[in-house]
Design a protein around this ligand. Structure first.
Ligand code: FRU
Length: 627
């Protein structure tokens, strides 16, 4: 009998869960006042807010007209809002939440017997300049039948010192946050032909090295969070600089520090003595950022090495690390390059302020200081390499800083002597921590930057790399300059191709009418004629050229560009969250982030104040590199 009853009860309980009972509304905050909820302090005002409060960024995503918004009289007011007692009757409690990310300070809590059993905070700025509420869910099945209280707390002052809540409901259905993510690598703002980590934060590209058919891209990575922290070398490989496969992390934090930026080389001559068998050793030279973790408390910033004897698959830290002791402040970001005449390694290192140093070593383990350079306006992540002039036999040495700015000069194994002034490398808004590949099979000098400063609302990843570019050293009337253009491998992604030549475009005409695309490589040579300029519209963003100002403008940044003869050449790469513009075969480059509106795939080319002639134009629609 007992057994029978239990079975029947179990059946009913199961059936009831499965049948999804109707939702039980806890509060929708649509009334003028808080009703039976008790408000303490000032932050929650006299009753639910009717949307955005004075001085607040636009509040969106709530249901109906009212919501809890503790921005009453600004961020500094505090208070608490407590619900009447309620019985837990469903599997989940769903609610809309926005506002500050301050655990225990601006949050919503579920209390049972006076103890907090569930808590949630807002995300701070979730969607780039707006305060959007989104669904959150507590699984409360284990508390079925218990009496609970919900409290909404605002004890936070200053930036994001408030919380927004709406529509608290008990339900048998979980409400998924509307993260714009249908499938991995296909999320709304996921770069489709730029590298971004599967999940979480990245910043600088690290250890760019080619070996045995694989381009390695290590990257500053926070494996545990969407923001900067826990610096670790993430790792991805590619056969072609376009299709990337993310592997397990390569170098993890230890008691010397978290793992900051650095470089990697192939130790062809086994100078460090790590080689096993015939496989050449890859050596990574990185900064152990002492004091940036609990584990490394009290340690300074030093330079360390790790090596791989299996072509980059696994990495071992050198047991006698560090190989270069602390010199000053946050000294970091070692870039190592082979100097053939002396059969020595050369390291460029950032010291502090605007000072950088050079060191040499025969074995990657013992380093001798050569000299320092001071480069006002520059800091972090130096790069140092040799390049042929105009593709010929003569070479020059190039030094770059994190911002890509560069010096060209000579190097005799002991001293780098610049013979140009500092030159600008990019005119866009999101180009930093540049590094070039070591050991490329064809001698190309290939650079990748972190597109710092981009925003990726609701994405599972944060930040992306620029598209790899080939650099060339060219003689110009102004002296030697670096030209930078997307690597030719971009052709591997071409899906559709449209071509034009010798087309005149009068004011009001658009040769691209009817053409649309999401991922694009546009290449055009345009004769200015009597027009005062022209502009491309790609997915709602304008890339314009002004003949009077001799300037290209895109996403709020401008670059100087003189016509060659009478024409201007542009190459424009458009991805879901970036636009890169290259002028006159890489004379100027502009690397910028943006957020493409998913539905907007428009394209246009228009002239202003006269008629232009499209000498030639190709529009390539690109495939995603992830599928
Ligand atoms: C540059 C930088 C480097 C440092 C790394 C830490 O963006 O600040 O100097 O090594 O990022 O993530």
């Amino acid at each position: 009998m007992k057994l029978f009853l239990l079975v029947v009860m179990g059946f009913f309980a199961g059936a009831a869960w499965a049948a999804d009972r109707a939702d039980v509304l806890i509060a929708d905050f649509e009334a003028k006042d808080y009703g039976q909820w008790k408000a303490e302090g000032e932050a929650f005002g006299p009753g639910p807010a009717q949307g955005t409060l004075p001085g607040q960024m636009p509040v969106t995503g709530y249901l109906g007209k009212g919501l809890v918004n503790s921005f009453f009289k600004g961020d500094d007011t505090t208070g608490k809002l407590t619900s009447p007692s309620l019985a837990i009757e469903r599997k989940y409690i769903n609610f809309l939440i926005g506002g500050g990310k301050n655990a225990e300070k601006s949050c919503i809590n579920l209390l049972i017997d006076g103890k907090t059993v569930r808590t949630a905070t807002g995300p701070n700025d979730r969607s780039g300049g707006s305060e959007e509420l989104d669904w959150a869910t507590w699984d409360v099945a284990e508390f079925a039948g218990k009496i609970a209280v919900i409290e909404i707390v605002d004890q936070a002052k200053g930036g994001w010192g408030h919380i927004n809540i709406d529509h608290i409901v008990q339900s048998d259905q979980k409400k998924e946050a509307s993260i714009v993510s249908d499938e991995l690598y296909n999320e709304t703002y996921r770069p489709q032909f730029h590298f971004s980590p599967r999940k979480n934060w990245t910043n600088d590209p690290n250890g760019l090295v080619y070996y045995q058919g694989e381009y390695h891209l290590f990257f500053q990575h926070n494996p545990f969070g969407i923001d900067w922290g826990n610096m670790t070398w993430g790792h991805a490989i590619s056969p072609d600089l376009v299709h990337w496969k993310q592997l397990g992390n390569a170098i993890d934090p230890d008691k010397l520090g978290t793992i900051f930026s650095g470089s990697a080389v192939v130790d062809w001559n086994n100078t460090a003595g790590f080689q096993k068998g015939d496989e050449k050793t890859l050596v990574a030279i990185y900064t152990a950022a002492g004091g940036t973790s609990e584990q490394s408390k009290g340690q300074p910033f030093t330079q360390c090495i790790a090596y791989s004897t299996d072509a980059g698959k696994t990495w071992t830290k050198y047991e006698k690390n560090p190989v270069l002791q602390h010199i000053v402040g946050g000294n970091r970001d070692p870039k190592v390059v082979w100097y053939e005449p002396d059969k020595k390694w050369i390291m460029a290192l950032y010291k502090d302020g605007s000072t950088f140093a050079f060191f040499s070593s025969a074995d990657l383990k013992n380093w001798t200081h050569l000299h320092d350079i001071d480069v006002p306006g520059c800091g972090e992540c130096p790069d140092f390499f040799q390049m042929p002039m105009d593709g010929g036999q003569k070479t020059k040495w190039v030094w770059t800083a994190a911002n890509g700015q560069y010096l060209i000069g000579s190097f005799d194994g002991k001293r780098f002597t610049p013979d140009t002034k500092l030159q600008r490398a990019d005119w866009g808004k999101n180009y930093y921590a540049v590094q070039t590949y070591s050991d490329t099979p064809d001698g190309r000098r290939i650079q990748i930057a972190w597109m710092n400063g981009g925003r990726y609302p609701k994405m599972p990843f944060n930040q992306q790399m620029s598209f790899p570019c080939e650099m060339k050293l060219r003689t110009t009337p102004q002296g030697l300059r670096i030209y930078r253009s997307p690597v030719k491998e971009i052709e591997l992604l071409r899906a559709k191709e449209l071509k034009w030549s010798n087309v005149t475009v009068k004011t009001g005409e658009n040769p691209l009418a009817g053409v649309s695309g999401e991922l694009l490589d546009i290449q055009a040579e345009i004769e200015l004629g009597d027009a005062s300029g022209f502009s491309f519209n790609t997915r709602g963003e304008i890339i314009s050229y002004s003949a009077a100002e001799k300037k290209v403008t895109c996403l709020g940044a401008s670059a100087p560009l003189e016509p060659v003869g009478k024409t201007i050449k542009l190459q424009i790469l458009v991805d879901r969250s970036s636009i890169e513009v290259f002028g006159n075969d890489g004379e100027i480059a502009m690397t910028s982030c943006f957020l493409a509106k998913p539905g907007n795939k428009d394209l246009a080319l228009t002239s202003t104040g006269g008629t232009i002639r499209v000498v030639s134009m190709q529009v390539y629609e690109l495939k995603s590199a992830w599928r």
